[in-house]
Design a protein around this ligand. Structure first.
Ligand code: ZN
Length: 186
């Protein structure tokens, strides 16, 4: 059920369970921000305006964000879990990230408009394959012609970026360096 910002800002955040529910409500309704940031500085990615418009909103947001840090070991863990489960609009996350880096709301919107859609459809243009797996498919020892069937990979974040690891051969397939840029989900 969608909630207005005012409704979210009235939720009780006095127990760990309530803190998680509050973060989930922020995520679900597109109001999530880096909770350690001061609420005055939070920009609504859609409008480019301040997310919290009144002193009451700011005070309420500040008090609840602080409660989350006091009540939860790692509020960001909750945010990542929420995003994973509930598919927070990644376009909003990305646009906020661009604005955080100093891009104007207009330029950020233009940048987003030029991007291909990011959704639940598979839009992979080129797959990562382990060279050894591909060799074994080619020479017949894999007993299958399907890289999808034969491949077994672990994929995850590293300190530098993302790595794809072949489980079958225990070797690196690709290690992508974000060159200091941080993905919002990390
Ligand atoms: Zn392999």
């Amino acid at each position: 059920m969608s909630m207005t910002l005012q409704e979210v800002l009235k939720m009780d955040v006095t127990t760990p369970w309530e803190a998680e529910a509050w973060i989930k409500a922020l995520v679900d309704n597109g109001f999530i921000w880096h909770l350690e940031d001061s609420p005055e500085e939070v920009i609504n990615g859609r409008t480019g305006e301040s997310l919290f418009q009144t002193e009451d909103d700011i005070a309420s947001a500040r008090q609840r964000a602080a409660a989350c840090f006091a009540l939860l070991d790692d509020p960001f863990e909750t945010i990542v879990t929420c995003e994973w489960e509930d598919e927070v609009d990644p376009e909003i996350t990305r646009m906020n990230m661009l604005i955080d880096r100093g891009m104007s709301a207009t330029d950020a919107q233009k940048f987003m408009d030029d991007l291909p859609p990011l959704d639940k459809e598979r839009r992979i243009e080129m797959f990562f394959h382990c060279g050894k797996c591909v060799e074994e498919i080619k020479d017949g020892s894999a007993n299958t012609n399907s890289p999808r069937e034969y491949g077994s990979y672990e994929i995850g974040y590293t300190v530098r970026g993302i790595q794809v690891w072949c489980v079958r051969h225990e070797c690196n397939v690709v290690s992508i360096d974000f060159q200091g840029y941080q993905h919002p989900a990390v």
